[in-house]
Structure formats: structure tokens, C-alpha cells
Design a protein around this ligand. Structure first.
Ligand code: UTP
Length: 406
């Protein structure tokens, strides 16, 4: 893109202020700013404004419960292992988040939860995936999504740790796309005179970013038909789980979600349900009293299964929605920026909006979904905070209960 084209793009979007300091920049700085303007999707701001609000009709969805899984476990496992052996299952680690709540400058996966030895979050995840590799006697391709903010550090860390014993050829890094951050009037902030304020575009950006990075070639060449997407922060996460894969295949589903039975009606987890007859997830803060207390025909809570950010998608179903826009979630955040005079500001209060897409909205775009129950004490130890609920402390306790040495 030339300067004139960048200027035209900014003008059309009402963002001409982004070029205010252009003449003060070095030649290299000028080039970088024009490139960034070219690469940034300005349309998210208008799209977010124009979106329809409100939800469709929410009804319960049937989950495959632990008892039901147990009855057919052998068959599911056989089917899942066969697919893994044929190389049809890949795993996608979402590690593009900022991990602000944990308060470390490093990528979240570099956090050491060990007490007597080093046990990094990334290491725990690789160890769990290795269990599947050993059981299936076949490596699983692992795609790791990073962002502009943590890409180099993440890659260097894996290299330094020798990929925690995983085969390097089976690990592929890709960067997620970035979205602009704006003030409350939709004007994009400058972080520096020659740099836009941007942030990773939310965990719903994973599939578009995977394909934009060219890794679709690898998926097709390797014959990968299923992708199991999971979050970085659950250190008991079981990915490419043969039983989950087998149950989804045998049931004829195009997607599946690992779910846990809620500990209390108001537990802060997104709840799986149907919305206008399609699978959907209602976030805990959207759950009305009525839905929270609704009962099914057996007298059990009707919306009793929470998602843990571990989803399985059939690749062809994902490809069908590749170009469909995902809902934009506008979040109020503290955005470091510069003022009119070019002075840096580090806000202590929220000063604008970030625009994120969420993976849970992809579930709603699927024709169907299998909610697959897992035992929370065995598979759910998320690390969001340093202490308290969902913290390093609570995850350590759960690891110990599962016999994992720390
Ligand atoms: P969270 O919603 O917990 O966000 O991410 P976060 O950025 O890690 O943490 P906070 O909110 O700043 O403290 C859930 C999962 O989605 C990934 C995260 O890395 C984590 O695995 N994620 C989130 C991305 O990959 N990209 C994003 O833009 C956002």
C-alpha cells in the first residue's frame, strides 16, 4: 500500500488522525505505519455498531453424561484412536491471549507452576498430549496460536526447552490477526506516533488466522479432518482425547464440546444450550434467573453443563463458515495510547473499546454439537489469576490430587 492509499483508507473510515505524526517519523517508521494501516481491519468498528443485539429462543441441549460415556467407552476409544492413527486429528492451542489477570509479562504458557521442580504450563499441556501420542503410537499435529505480542518469546521458549520432548516437525506456530482499539467514539488510538493501538482479535480469530498463515496447506496435505481447540490455561486439559473424538464421530456430529457439570446454578461458566434450535453457549452473565433455575423432566437443572474451552470441530464444517463474519464483542479496556501532543498515557481506568470475536460463537454456527461431559476434578484446572478462584494455587491443588508432581 502507498501513502496515498493509506490516507484514502483512513479518510474513508474517519481515521485520518492516525497520520497526524507521519511527517515526524523516520523513513522506516513511515513504512511501518503504512503497512500497519494496510493490515488492520477498520471495518470491525462499524460492524460492531451495526450488529443486531439480543438472543434467540434458548432451550436445553442433551449432553452425553459420564455414565453414558462409560458404557460405550471402549467403542468410542477404538474409533477415536483409529482416527488419530490415520492422522485425521490435529490440536490447536490458543495462546494468543494477553493473560492480564495473571499479571506476568511473559506468555501465560511460560508460567512455572512447579514447587520442587520446573513445571511450565506449556510443559503440562505437552505432557498430556504425549499420553495420547503414546496410546495411539502416532504423533498429533499441534498448531499453536500466538499473537504479535508474544510470538517470538513463545517460539524461543519451545526451542529452548526442546519442545518438551515433542517432535518438532509436528508443532506449527501461527500468529493471530490483530484488531484496532478505539476511544468511546470509535476513533482508533495511536499507541505511539507511528503505531496503532491494537490487540489480538479474540479467540474466535483462530481459524481465520490459521488459514491466513497458510497452514491450511498442512491441514490438507496431512489429511487432518478434525481440529481439537483448547485454551492455554487449563493444566489438566486432555486434548485429542480418543474417547471424545470417537463419541463425536460415532454420533455423526460436526462438532463437540467438553463440558463439566455445574457446581452451583450461578457458577461463572458459559452454559451450553440450543438457541433457535442450533447449539449455542450462554455466558454466565447472560443467564437469567429463570434459565438458572429451570428443571428438565427428571427434575435436574436444565442448563447444567458449562463449557471449558475444549472444542472439537470437523474441518469441512469450519471451512464452510470461514468467510462468515463472527459476532464482535465490544469490551471496555484500559488502552495505552498517546494524547494530541504525542505524550504517552498509561490509563488507570478504562478509556475505550477493544473488539473481539469468541470461539463460542463458532459453536453456534455449527449444524450440531455434542456436549461431552468430563469429570471436573480430573480435567479442569484453569489458571486465570495468581491466587483464589481459578488460580495458580487452585490448579496446583488439583494437579496434586491427580498425582502430578510439582
Ligand atoms: P481468556 O479469555 O482467559 O483471556 O482466554 P486471556 O487473554 O488469556 O487472559 P486475561 O483475560 O487477559 O487475563 C482464553 C483462551 O483464549 C486465548 C487465551 O490465550 C486462552 O487460551 N486467547 C484469548 C487467544 O488465543 N487470543 C485472544 O485474542 C484472546
Amino acid at each position: 500500500m502507498t501513502y496515498a492509499e493509506a490516507e484514502a483508507k483512513c479518510k474513508e473510515a474517519g481515521q485520518l488522525h492516525l497520520l497526524k505524526f507521519y511527517e515526524e517519523l523516520s523513513e522506516e517508521g513511515k513504512r511501518a505505519l503504512v503497512d500497519e494501516i494496510a493490515a488492520t481491519d477498520f471495518s470491525v468498528i462499524k460492524r460492531a455498531d451495526a450488529q443486531e443485539k439480543g438472543r434467540g429462543k434458548i432451550t436445553p441441549i442433551k449432553a452425553l453424561t459420564l455414565d453414558e460415556i462409560w458404557e460405550k467407552e471402549d467403542s468410542y476409544r477404538k474409533t477415536g484412536l483409529a482416527a488419530i492413527k490415520r492422522g485425521e486429528v490435529g490440536a490447536v492451542l490458543l495462546a494468543g491471549g494477553m493473560g492480564t489477570r495473571l499479571g506476568s509479562d511473559n506468555p501465560k504458557g511460560m508460567y512455572n507452576i512447579g514447587l520442587t521442580k520446573e513445571v511450565y504450563i506449556f510443559q503440562r499441556l505437552i505432557e498430556n498430549l504425549m499420553d495420547v501420542v503414546e496410546e495411539a503410537d502416532a504423533y498429533v499435529h499441534l498448531f499453536i496460536m500466538t499473537s504479535d505480542k508474544n510470538h517470538e518469546k513463545t517460539m524461543a521458549f519451545f526451542e529452548e526447552k526442546d519442545y518438551f520432548g515433542y517432535k518438532k516437525e509436528y508443532i506449527h506456530f501461527f500468529k493471530q490477526d490483530m484488531a484496532p482499539a478505539t476511544d468511546y467514539d470509535g476513533k482508533i488510538y495511536l499507541e505511539q506516533k507511528g503505531k496503532l493501538a491494537t490487540s489480538p482479535n479474540g479467540n474466535g480469530g483462530w481459524f481465520g488466522s490459521l488459514y491466513n498463515s497458510g497452514l491450511d496447506m498442512c491441514i490438507h496435505e496431512e489429511g487432518i479432518k478434525w481440529l481439537n481447540v483448547f485454551a492455554v490455561d487449563n493444566v489438566l486439559q486432555r486434548m485429542a482425547d480418543p474417547v471424545f473424538v470417537g463419541a463425536t464421530i460415532e454420533g455423526g456430529y460436526v462438532s463437540g464440546s467438553k463440558v463439566i457439570r455445574k457446581a452451583a446454578p450461578d457458577e461463572k461458566v458459559g452454559v451450553i444450550c440450543l438457541e433457535d434450535g442450533r447449539p449455542s453457549i450462554v455466558e454466565y452473565y447472560e443467564l437469567t434467573e429463570e434459565l438458572m433455575n429451570a428443571k428438565d423432566e427428571k427434575g435436574e437443572p436444565a442448563y447444567n453443563f458449562g463449557v471449558i474451552l475444549n472444542y472439537l470441530f470437523r474441518v469441512d464444517a469450519l471451512e464452510q463458515i470461514l468467510t462468515s463474519p463472527l459476532t464482535l464483542h465490544v469490551v471496555e479496556k484500559k488502552i495505552p495510547c498517546i494524547d494530541e501532543a504525542g505524550n504517552e498515557i498509561k490509563p488507570t481506568e478504562p478509556n475505550g473499546h477493544k473488539y473481539e470475536t469468541l470461539i463460542l460463537d463458532m459453536v453456534h454456527m455449527m449444524e450440531n454439537n455434542l456436549p461431552f461431559e468430563v469429570a471436573r476434578e480430573k480435567e479442569f484446572a484453569p489458571i486465570k489469576n495468581k491466587t483464589g478462584i481459578d488460580s495458580v494455587e487452585s490448579a496446583r491443588e488439583l494437579c496434586k490430587k491427580n498425582g502430578i508432581e510439582l
